[in-house]
Design a protein around this ligand. Structure first.
Ligand code: ADP
Ligand code: MG
Length: 276
């Protein structure tokens, strides 16, 4: 098997772990930049989207790329999944299915008036990664101004209350490979000290066992996806009343924390073989 590990031109330690596992398993893996104009996608049995972290300001180019590659080889996850999943307005679809999400005020015109009265705001673009262009502020005027900046930049803005449980219990991310839970981690809070400078594509994390209600919610979320998925990361928080809620579903370029999860890269590789 000849597999493209689809990446960018920066660091990614999942890449080193997975390419080593593939080599041992007799899979011929190559790291290929998604935006490499000379890449010959048809030469691969499959292209596995991984650390394409520089697509955020080039989303349309990325989506077009995905459909193009899919016409040449097997793309995982599929292009239609990537298209839907790279814009967090998909959270509204989950909400309509009765899946709890973080309360969100969506701003898609330049009028961000009437923000709810919250103690502490998070304002982020609907197309983002690694908390890029994301601010935390207690000042409603600043929240509004940032939402307007996001909208002026051509993106939908999301305004949410800051959930301080991200600093205590922490955000829980559940990693599924081939539809089966591989491992889960508690991820560090990105906005604990206020707005962050642009940062690495992932924060620190420790392995944790998901609580039964988190596992149940994650399975409900994935049950709503019609396509077969190679990988999924379901990021969950808790609302102030304790209800688990979806903050993000990562079906595009989630970091897997492979180096800290024994056996995870073997499980991923087995799921890949099963799918192909
Ligand atoms: N409403 C919120 N309350 C607390 N922390 C938040 C909130 N929204 C985002 N964050 C922090 O910012 C990080 C990035 O936000 P997220 O919605 O996951 O977007 P992305 O990972 O695509 O940038 C989260 O992992 C979390 O640490
Ligand atoms: Mg996230």
């Amino acid at each position: 098997m000849n597999i493209a590990y689809v990446t960018y031109d920066g660091p990614d330690d999942d890449r080193e772990v997975l390419l080593a596992t593939w080599k041992q398993a007799g899979i011929d893996g190559s790291a290929v930049r998604w935006d490499d104009p000379d890449a010959d996608w048809a030469a691969f049995d499959a292209a596995v989207v991984r650390s394409t972290w520089n697509y955020v300001d080039r989303r349309q180019e990325f989506v077009d790329w995905a459909y193009k590659v899919e016409s040449a080889t097997r793309l995982l996850n599929p292009a239609a999944v990537l298209e839907r999943n790279t814009d967090k307005t998909y959270l509204r679809d989950f909400q309509q299915l009765g899946i709890p999400i973080v309360p969100t005020h969506w701003v898609s015109t330049d009028d961000a008036a009437d923000l709810p009265a919250w103690e502490d705001y998070v304002v982020k673009p609907a197309v983002s990664a690694g908390a890029r262009d994301t601010i935390r502020t207690a000042d409603v005027a600043e929240a509004k101004a940032h939402a307007e900046r996001v909208v002026a930049g051509g993106k939908v803005a999301m305004v949410q209350p800051y959930l301080d449980m991200v600093e205590s219990e922490g955000e829980t991310s559940l990693l599924f490979f081939g539809g089966k839970l591989s491992h889960a981690v508690r991820r560090d809070a990105m906005l604990a000290n206020g707005t962050n400078a642009p940062r690495a594509n992932h924060v620190g994390a420790d392995l944790r066992d998901p609580a039964p209600d988190q596992l149940q919610l994650a399975e409900r979320v994935l049950g709503a996806i019609p396509e077969k998925l190679l990988y999924a990361r379901v990021d969950l928080v808790r609302l102030p009343d304790g209800t688990p809620a979806l903050i993000e579903l990562e079906l595009t370029e989630p970091y897997f924390y492979l180096a800290s999860a024994p056996g995870a890269s073997d499980r991923f590789t087995a799921a890949l073989r099963d799918l192909l």
